[in-house]
Ligand binder design. Structure first.
Ligand SMILES: Cc1cc2nc3c(=O)[nH]c(=O)nc-3n(C[C@H](O)[C@H](O)[C@H](O)COP(=O)(O)OP(=O)(O)OC[C@H]3O[C@@H](n4cnc5c(N)ncnc54)[C@H](O)[C@@H]3O)c2cc1C
Ligand code: FES
Length: 268
């Protein structure tokens, strides 16, 4: 059977890691790319980042249980199969060489940004990871972050682990003290917006991996439209990475809020 779940790991109360057997994707995937999956015939299509491909036969999905599809995904067990796994999709991230890079991730955004950090390490860059979580029980992939980074900073909103407060505060302090060449960010839109503001003010480049709402993931439906530098871009084929200083985050937030309102009207 295709798309078989090989293993399952619970990383936090609502985040799971599933290892999926799919050699075509495991061999071809580049950092920053994603798949669009469907769990079963009645299921919706959702995009998830390709995490830790082994270059031979499998890769992982690390996902937060946010709604119906991710709930169904979390109910799968080793031996079960996903109906569709389409990919790799999206443009691979551009990784510089021999620079000092900050990776700023929030919540499950850490899983989306770690593949970039891994590729950046291989390209000879110094890796600083600043990871923010709501509280200690939501901290994920700490061991992986420690192994990969030259410096790791963890923040929690409630101070139950690491430093209390938002990861963007650590970013601001760091950029004021150290020479950083580029910041990559992925996570809640408000966090990425703040990172864009801070880096713009301090004259440091910033790449945001945007989580626009997607349906087909191949440029056909238009649902993942984002405004970048005043132009309409499709997150699935032009992204998901964009120059954060050019992204219209207010438009992105409005589109996601509209989706939530429509979803409430349909599903209650
Ligand atoms: C390129 C890309 C890569 C992604 N990679 C990951 C990943 O590796 N791990 C992960 O946990 N999530 C990732 N996401 C977000 C993930 O696609 C959504 O969480 C998922 O679609 C929710 O589906 P659902 O049916 O479970 O929830 P739904 O019932 O559809 O939605 C539940 C809640 O999640 C919100 N939501 C729905 N779709 C998105 C979305 N695209 N972005 C943000 N919020 C959304 C809704 O507004 C709603 O509040 C990625 C999104 C993109 C665009
Ligand atoms: S998801 Fe349909 S155009 Fe991008």
């Amino acid at each position: 059977m295709a798309n078989k779940v090989l293993s399952k790991r619970k990383l936090s109360p609502a985040v799971y890691q599933l290892k999926i057997e799919k050699p075509t994707i495991a061999r071809k995937a580049s950092p920053g790319q994603f798949v669009v999956i469907r769990v079963d015939e009645k299921g919706e299509r959702i995009p998830l980042t390709i995490y830790s491909p082994d270059r031979k036969k499998s890769f992982s999905l690390v996902f937060l249980v946010a709604g119906l599809t991710t709930r169904k995904l979390a109910s799968l067990n080793p031996g079960d199969c996903l109906l569709d796994v389409l990919g790799p999709l999206g443009r691979p991230s551009e990784i510089p060489r021999n620079k000092t890079l900050v990776f700023l991730g929030g919540g499950v955004g850490i899983a989306e940004i770690l593949p970039l950090a891994e590729a950046a390490k291989e390209a000879g860059n110094k890796i600083i990871i600043i990871a923010g979580f709501r509280s200690q029980k939501y901290v994920i992939l700490e061991e992986e972050m420690r192994t990969l980074s030259d410096s790791l900073f963890i923040t929690t909103d409630d101070g139950s682990y690491g430093r209390r407060g938002f990861n963007t505060e650590v970013l601001k302090e760091m950029l004021s003290k150290e020479k950083i060449d580029l910041v990559y960010t992925c996570g809640p839109v408000l966090m990425m917006q703040k990172a864009a503001e801070i880096t713009k003010t301090l004259g440091v480049g910033c790449i945001a991996s945007l989580n626009a709402l997607m349906v087909d993931g191949t440029g056909m439906c238009g649902s993942c439209r984002v405004l970048v530098g005043g132009k309409v871009k499709l997150c699935c084929v032009d992204g998901p990475d964009f120059d954060a200083h050019q992204v219209d985050f207010s438009d992105l937030i409005n589109r996601q809020n509209r989706f939530r309102e429509e979803e409430k009207m349909v599903y209650g």
